[in-house]
Design a binder for this molecule. Structure first.
Ligand code: F6P
Length: 323
């Protein structure tokens, strides 16, 4: 017989993402509204194993909806990847009287949530990662903001590329996927977008840059997903092969911070509350997902066993519009 839900825990795990605070705020206020107690777990699964927790109420999450990062902090935990670590985490949840757990994080974090679910913990996952590489949801929290951040940088770099007739390579995050690169590259009018899902030929890339140059487009911005190539190494090869003045900017962790966009705040607010609803309804073991313009629920086993592909039509459109 499932215990009536009295207390839920919430943690953020993996790489932080803008909008995670909006999700935490939603989980806490929705839970308090429904008469539940909330325990904040610091530093993801590492903090769970350490019993690093603090009580949260509606005031604890005041004035955070617009802040990047996560007030619960986050960490990656090798210990939690072991069965012993997962057993310790389970024991901490029992000791803390936590009846249900909301996990906000990327694919690895959601795998951890499933491991706890398999031990009988009532969990609800919320997709949070700037990479947007989490299957079964069109968007993960943080992606829209990271794309906007990358786009802002691309436009700034285009200004100086134009002024100096330069080739600029801009490396964006995304781990081993190209979702950020494709979205920011299309929106930024990049002359080329390199993603790990689709190989590229260096000679063809250089021929394309030179052909544009000869047609009068005397500057180029090339967006490089970090999983496709090192923009620094590639930039040196482009300079050597084309003879053009070439510069490289690696955006790195600036894509992880900053004020979440309105979309990320509304996405996070809906997903946080939906996660609490899933636990209240006695329907654990799911992830909240954004599909066809609304939040739905997807079983965690489907999330962690499937993959997510980039939209090849979007990739082709970006190529066509770069002529
Ligand atoms: O998963 C989010 C992400 O920002 C990736 O895009 C990137 O490759 C990775 O995290 C960087 O990890 P860390 O913050 O541990 O350096």
């Amino acid at each position: 017989m499932r215990r009536r839900l009295k207390r839920i825990g919430v943690l953020t795990s993996g790489g932080d993402a803008p909008g995670m605070n909006a999700a935490i705020r939603s989980v806490v206020r929705k839970a308090v509204y429904e008469g539940l107690y909330v325990t904040g777990i610091l530093r993801g699964y590492a903090g769970l194993i350490d019993g690093d927790t603090r009580p949260l109420d509606e005031r604890s999450v005041a004035d955070i909806i617009h802040r990047g990062g996560t007030i619960l902090e986050t960490a990656r935990s090798d210990r939690f990847r072991t069965p012993e670590g997962q057993d310790e985490a389970y024991a901490r949840l029992e000791e803390a009287g936590i009846d249900g757990l909301v996990v906000i994080g990327g694919e690895g974090s959601l795998r951890g949530a499933l491991a706890l679910a398999e031990r009988g913990v009532a969990v609800a996952g919320v997709p949070g990662s700037i990479d947007n590489d989490i299957p079964e949801t069109e968007y993960s929290i943080g992606f829209d903001t990271a794309v906007d951040t990358a786009l802002d940088a691309i436009e700034r770099l285009r200004d100086t590329a134009l002024s100096h007739s330069r080739v600029f390579l801009v490396e964006v995050m995304g781990r081993d996927t190209g979702f950020i690169a494709l979205a920011a590259g299309l929106a930024g009018g990049a002359e080329a977008i390199l993603v790990p899902e689709i190989g590229f030929d260096l000679e063809e890339l250089c021929r394309g840059i030179l052909a544009s140059y000869k047609k009068g487009k005397r500057h180029s911005v090339i967006v490089v997903a970090e999983g496709a190539a090192s923009a620094v190494e590639l930039g040196a090869k482009v300079r050597e092969r084309t003879g053009l003045d070439t510069r490289v900017t690696v955006l790195g962790h600036v894509q992880r911070g900053g004020r979440p966009t309105g979309f990320d705040r509304t996405l996070a607010s809906q997903m946080g509350a939906a996660a609490v609803d899933l636990l209240l309804a006695g329907d654990p073991g799911n992830m909240t997902a954004w599909r066809s313009g609304r939040v739905s629920a997807v079983p965690l086993p489907e999330v962690v066993t499937r993959s997510k592909e980039i939209d090849l039509k979007l990739y082709e459109l970006a190529r066509v519009l770069a002529i």
